[in-house]
Design a protein around this ligand. Sequence first.
Ligand code: PHE
Length: 396
Amino acid sequence: MQFVQAFTTMVLAVATMTTGCREKKVDQESAPSTGGGSVVGEKILLGHIGSMTGDNATFGQSTDNGIRLAMDEQNKKGGIKGKQLDLRTLDDQGKPEEAAVAATRLITQDRVSIVLGEVASSRSLAIAPIADSNRVPMISNASTNPRVTKDGAKTRPYVFRVCFIDPFQGTVMAKFARETLKVSKVAVLRDVGNDYSVGLAQFFSAKFHDLGGEIASDQSFKAGDQDFKAQLTAIKAKNPEAIYVPGYYTEVALIGRQARELGMKQALLGGDGWDSEKLYEIAKGALDGGYFSNHYAPEDPSPVIREFVRKYEATYKSVPDAMAVLGYDAANVGFNAMQRAPDLSSSAIRDAIEQTKGFQGVSGIITIDADHNAVKSAVVMKVQNNEPKYAATISP
Ligand code: PHE
């Protein structure tokens, strides 16, 4: 059902680009009545850009589920400033170029009040300058590369996120590997076309090295690759105790399987990009004994998490992953800011997001820092019997 809505939007977007007559119709449907760009008719329009299809489709779908859950709850409470909320989701198919096209469309044609997403840092990096230069607030739920919110020395005034960033996430796994797993020699296998993967590999390696560990082999691949045997053979020759693979679930799962086919027994370690039910479907147990850092553990006994998991399962019949939680949190941080803002202009919403302090999210307490990031704990999950199991919480 959620998917169908996104798909319909996508079809309309395609129709808009290809046929002049459809364009008019779409324009009329979404034209703001005020010209202010924030409020369409009696509704506040939210935009979500996500990978609803493609190799990381669960990222977009889970985020969309989380956002819709938050929106439905807010609408039941009467909306915001007496207005109901509506959501337009555009599928970027997992491509940064498409994410940029979607951002321009949502901002200049649909005139959304706020842009939610993306999950993948490379796609948020494509959206962020567009949101920022058009002065429309953007809240990424899950992009962890530092450059999303801060370009060089300059923080992007309109761009925020509700998750931690990769210098922290890389440190978490480097410390866990060195101090808890007592590993002293690792290999690193990164996706060179993915800003998140490249950054996280770097942050992990620097910290692991600082802690006295050795990076015995540093290998790379590209998203979409199917065969990782050359890199794995090179790694095998160095005999590391673990392999750090900061990639997304499709490639990570294949890497795990091929490592086992080559007779390699080392634990694979990784980051939040592993988080998808598809990881286990594709890996079929090959990642057992591995660990990855993440934003939340579904079995966490805290009442806030129990309540969210219950609601999510009742609505979507599946256990929420980290993107679902962060999609929900990103939307709620946006709603909370809209409620506190004196009016619904972009600048008022922006100022209010910037002032977010101590907001109780499902993924933790969210305070937006000077660089527009949220400082939060990470969890380490262990893969056991082809399932993720909570292993540790690491605080900043
Ligand atoms: N942090 C990843 C990135 O920046 C995206 C991600 C977040 C993937 C959470 C899975 C879960 O690209």
